[in-house]
Design a protein around this ligand. Structure first.
Ligand code: UGA
Length: 431
């Protein structure tokens, strides 16, 4: 099949590349000329394991193209996938201006029957609006469908090629058949729904996962006070199939471009129909506060942070990505600076992205983990990069001025700490 993908952000780029790997002819469209030129040369604007190799493979096989020419891509396509960003507006609502603009351009280019799919995360009812808008621009026939994306950054290729489920929301049998043909090679588990339910499945899924994280983080906070170990608690809970073991890792809270944005957007969606989504509001509050536990723990040992040097390991919102959007590191570093501390920060790959947004004379970005830890008064681990887990605690102890370690992701074990002198504070485990 011929596919046009509009938008080469995470979702668009990864989906387009994976569909081409299944043998389809895919044209990925973006407005940004420099980005398209980069991709044409096989350079990848984001760090995602395996993506560069798949782009090279499918571009050289002639199945994958990148262009700024939206009309030509749409004209040649059987299926048009819209995957442009829906960032948060200041009030938390999703900003639909990019997707509506893209829909207009698609409408102007439609020359024969197309299935127009939205993969961007959009509030319930948006696909209908897109359909109405396109209908006002063209008399050609088309169908709309919502096929939400559930890939995670850092494992995006694996998630796309081995999805737990595919949700297809459309009212048209022809569109459904074409989308089954496209997604069929990925899984047998395809769920068919109406368009509005498909839109809601995406928000409800992200909100539920965020709820699991805030829930386990609160359990962790209680564990610290009653002397229990949250990792054992989560393990014991997870064996219950009704609960499941994933997304029960306690830490400093969720970040990234999805959970913070989508939880706020769902609260707004509910608000628009006069529903007060109290549970989700608490999930967000718990998450916003969880990161400050790092500061509270530091202050409980060092008291006054003024004039202290704090090493930070991990700036990305999670490992295996250079994405720093809504990373807890921003608030934690800001808080340290407000308290008069100096910061030495290191991340295996996200430093450049972080520095672009956060350049401060009292933050020194380091090239290696040791440099950040060297002579620091304490070390805080904010992202669970494997690299950090592989460094010996004895080495870390010898680098630091004082052996104080705040492990915001529970990456070190009791055994590893056994013959060290660390004042060690993790999340929800005995110190
Ligand atoms: C999330 C969802 O997992 C995807 O299914 C969805 O497609 C995506 O959002 C999206 O809407 O585009 P992503 O944000 O890439 O994916 O990353 P996750 O692995 O879900 O992690 C999100 C945050 O939760 C990270 O900050 C991570 O550290 C945190 N987390 C995750 C925890 O604190 N504990 C856990 O047990 C799991």
């Amino acid at each position: 099949m011929n596919i046009a993908v509009i938008g080469t952000g995470y979702v668009g780029l990864v989906s387009g590349v994976c569909f081409s790997d299944l043998g389809n002819h895919v044209t990925c469209v973006d407005k940004l000329k420099e980005k398209v030129e980069m991709l044409q040369q096989g350079e990848v604007p984001i760090y995602e394991p395996g993506l560069k190799e798949l782009i090279e493979k499918n571009s050289s096989a002639g199945r994958l193209k990148f262009t700024t020419d939206l009309p030509s891509a749409v004209k040649d396509a059987d299926i048009v996938i819209m995957a442009v960003g829906t960032p948060s507006l200041p009030n938390g609502e999703a900003d639909l201006s990019y997707i509506m603009e893209a829909a207009k351009e698609v409408a102007a280019a439609v020359n024969s029957y197309k299935v127009i799919v939205t993969k961007s995360t959009v509030p319930v009812g948006t696909n209908e609006k897109i359909g109405n808008l396109i209908r006002s621009y063209t008399t050609e026939s088309f169908d709309i469908a919502s096929v939400p994306e559930f890939l995670r950054e850092g494992s995006a290729i694996r998630d796309t090629l081995n999805p737990d489920r595919i949700v297809i929301g459309t009212e048209s049998q022809l569109a459904q058949d074409m989308l089954v043909k496209l997604h069929g090679p990925l899984t047998d588990n395809i769920i068919f729904t109406d368009v509005r339910s498909a839109e809601m499945i995406k928000y409800a899924s992200n909100a539920f996962l965020a709820t699991k994280i805030s829930f386990i983080n609160e359990i962790a906070n209680i564990c610290e006070k009653v002397g229990a170990d949250v990792t054992r608690v989560a393990e014991g809970m997870g064996y219950d199939k009704r609960i499941g073991s994933s997304f029960l890792k306690a830490g400093i809270g969720y970040g990234g471009s999805c959970f913070p944005k989508d939880t706020q957007a769902l609260i707004q969606i509910a608000g628009h129909v006069d529903y007060d989504f109290k549970l989700l509001k608490s999930v967000v509050d718990v998450n916003n506060d969880q990161r400050y536990n790092v500061i509270r723990k530091l202050e409980s040992i060092l008291e006054d942070l003024s004039g202290k040097t704090i090493a930070i390991w991990g700036l990305a919102f999670k490992p295996e990505t250079d994405d720093v959007r809504d990373a807890p590191a921003f608030e934690i570093i800001t808080s340290l600076l407000q308290r008069g501390a100096k910061v030495k920060a290191y991340d295996p790959i996200a430093t450049a992205n972080f520095k672009k947004i956060f350049d401060h004379p009292d933050v020194k970005y380091c090239k290696v983990a040791e440099e950040a830890a060297h002579d620091a008064d304490a070390l805080c681990v904010l992202t669970e990069w494997r690299e950090f887990q592989e460094i010996s605690l004895h080495d870390i102890q010898s680098w630091l001025k004082t052996p104080i370690l705040i492990d915001g992701r529970n990456i070190f074990t009791e055994q590893e700490l056994a013959d060290t002198e660390f004042a060690y504070y993790s999340v929800g485990r005995p110190s």
